[in-house]
Write a protein that binds this ligand. Structure first.
Ligand SMILES: O=C(O)C(=O)C[C@H](O)[C@H](O)COP(=O)(O)O
Length: 208
């Protein structure tokens, strides 16, 4: 599964207000070349949207974002999520996700958190909030003592800097909300999201 996220290379971070919009949004992303999405639990629409997307297109890799409580891991797993992302590192969430067979990407911002992730058996984490933490240079610095750890930078990543992040061997994919503006999602402007996805895939293209 994680090799699929790595192959796609770009993970949209989605905030949905209407769960019924989920399948259309996923179809727009896929048409633009991005076959995955992290549906955040920041709105009550998140979990039902995951269920609708997973039912509509089993080939689309849907995961849950902003997972803050261990019980939410079970809720999103039951809804069909295949990976779990958190802004920070909570061992209970990591352990619950692994027990449910889900890939889990907790957020780390410091060397201490990378060490905790290693102790939990992980070799991939999210690096959040990437730009304010120092971006690519910060990831490269962390890679010194942690050569086996690979990162998903998120927070301030855009089409303009995605290729630079992806050129870092320690980066396995990038994530962010820039190709799914909440206003376009709310308006159902799927053509706009498809175009942003196409532009993103083009801008992020680096030999990998
Ligand atoms: O919701 C989560 O689980 C998060 O950890 C945060 C998101 O990954 C970032 O908020 C995306 O950042 P932007 O692309 O700058 O909007």
């Amino acid at each position: 599964m994680m090799s699929t996220l790595e192959r796609i290379g770009i993970v949209p971070v989605v905030v949905l207000d209407d769960p019924d919009a989920g399948p259309d949004l996923a179809a727009a992303l896929a048409a633009g070349g991005i076959g995955c999405a992290e549906i955040t639990l920041r709105t009550p629409a998140g979990i039902p949207a995951i269920a609708r997307i997973s039912a509509a297109d089993p080939g689309f890799l849907v995961g849950a974002g902003t997972v803050l409580e261990p019980r939410q891991v079970d809720e999103v797993a039951d809804a069909g999520a295949r990976f779990v992302v958190s802004p920070g590192l909570d061992p209970e969430i990591v352990e619950r996700a692994l027990a449910r067979g889900l890939e889990v990407l907790p957020g780390v911002a410091t060397a201490s958190e990378v060490q905790r992730a290693l102790r939990l058996g992980l070799d991939r984490v999210k690096f959040f909030p990437a730009e304010v933490l120092g971006g690519r240079a910060a990831i490269e610095a962390l890679s010194g003592p942690f050569p086996g750890m690979r990162f998903l930078p998120s927070g301030g990543v855009t089409a303009a800097n995605a290729a630079d992040y992806l050129a870092t061997p320690a980066v396995f994919a990038v994530s962010g909300s820039w190709m799914v503006p909440r206003s376009d999602v709310a308006a159902g402007d799927w053509a706009a999201i498809e175009q942003l996805s196409v532009d993103t895939v083009r801008a992020a293209a680096v030999p990998r």
